[in-house]
Design a protein around this ligand. Sequence first.
Ligand code: F6R
Length: 607
Amino acid sequence: MCGIVGLVGRGAVAPRLLGALRRLEYRGYDSAGIATLMGGEIRRRRAAGKVDRLAERIAAEPLAGETGIGHTRWATHGAPCEMNAHPIATDRVAVVHNGIIENHRELREELESAGEAFHSQTDTEVIAVLLTRHLRGGMTPAEAVMATLSRLQGALAVAILFTGHDGMLICARRGSPLAIGFGDGEMSVGSDALALGAFTDRIAYLEEGDWAVVTRDGAWIHDASGHRVSRAERRIPAMGDGVGKGGHAHYMHKEIFEQPAVVGATLHSMINPATRRIDLGRYGFDAAGLETVTILACGTSFHAGMVAKYWLESIAGLPVHCEIASEFRYRRPPLGRGALVIAISQSGETADTLAAMRYAKSRGARTVAVVNVAESTIAREADAVLPTLAGAEIGVASTKAFTTQLVVLACLAIAFGRARGELDCKAERALVAALADTPDLITEALAGDAHAGGVAALLAGARDVLYLGRGTAYPLALEGALKLKEVSYVHAEGYAAGEMKHGPIALVDKEVPIVMIAPPDELFEKTASNMYEVMARGGQAILISDREQTDRFANGVAASIAMPEAPAISTPILYSVPMQLLAYHAGTRRGTEVDQPRNLAKSVTVE
Ligand code: F6R
């Protein structure tokens, strides 16, 4: 989590660093800060809260300087207050850090007994203090960085300014992503391409263990053993417009509405237009010989994996284990060499998913990553990558990333089904044709935005909400409940509808809205029975189904959302839309910050 940025520029860098921090705010927004070098001296401004608070601070007390670093924080060690905001500085250095220094307690004790004073509760301060001691001892900045890095355990991406060294910063990457941007007479560093997109379209990702001295003239990159190395420079798409809200009140709303386009783009990337079949050829899978599939993911991506389990089992006849990565990684389960592991991650940086995937690789499993950020660590370390083409997702709650993950996973299930002889060519084409209509169906579902806004009033006023579904609607129930919790702070739980009688039905009374996700499939009547049971106990059912079923139950339910008729393969993708809209509108009705809900961050690089 946390976003870092640095710029060795021309003219005042603070306003430009503020702009980059706004782009990075999805990574954390507890506090923010900027330090610059001016006449060899480090100056800094920090503020608790969002980047806007920092901007106010800098407007009141402007910060000059042509070299600077910035940080937006998701607190791990120490409360989110100004004292703990980065840059963490001494008289010799200012440091911005993303990651966790695991041995910071031991180092702090050691440094305190050597007479050093600490002024924050952060783990990062040990980096600043170690650097300062080495500099006082006569080391150059580069020597001090190497010596300091050798003492640190854990994950880090850092950018450092040094007193007396205008026009230079040093950055390092170990475990947390960091890229270098090549500009016109200026250089930059940042946690991701989005941050650097403000400065340049030419970037290079540092590799594990790399560190670099960055000046206006270029970057001198070294590997962990100190050897000079070069890292491939690549072009990134212009990102100026991509991060605006495009007339929507929030990124979340904009991203929900981008789904017809990004679902379409992702589908087109997987369908061969000539044959109308799924084309995974370039990924080199031998699906026919597969024995099992293990899916690893966290949060919303885990829910996409759960939907994929239903698809891979029923369409491709493959046994699937879908695992929460944070549990899987420490359980150390056996994995046969015939196993395929699918890691699903929007950011491609989620610490638990990455660690679980690394464990699977170490046990000889083949790995495929379903990721949205193409240059992310998970994408780079997996044996194969199936990209979701959702584009930058800024809203912290995952929306379009989820539906594009579902698209990729549906295509994978179809391709595997075909390769394993579970589907013939005709059946494959029928499924592909059904999927191809999904963008239009999503557009139809989005026309219900205003209606969903009205229904959301029932959720916004509730203390607790239950979401129920069967089949692929069960993971959607989990996802709907997660989305409502995170953006509206209303307590919600998702259950398999068949589980109601085994406990959760005790919660039902007239105060508890129950969202029934019930596409009109072969399980519909069973879900409808569960809905009767709820209504018989005074529960307020909100039915999400097609027009025929919502009309049929119009008199019994508290509200309903009528969905377009859709083929079974696209219902999980389509029925995600009302889940997202209900959560969004419940959040805005309650006045929460839907794009940046409290305590959350977009990229969870700590476990
Ligand atoms: C919820 C949400 C999170 C993420 C989870 C995994 O809306 O966004 O639950 O899905 O943190 O993140 P990724 O997909 O980046 O690995």
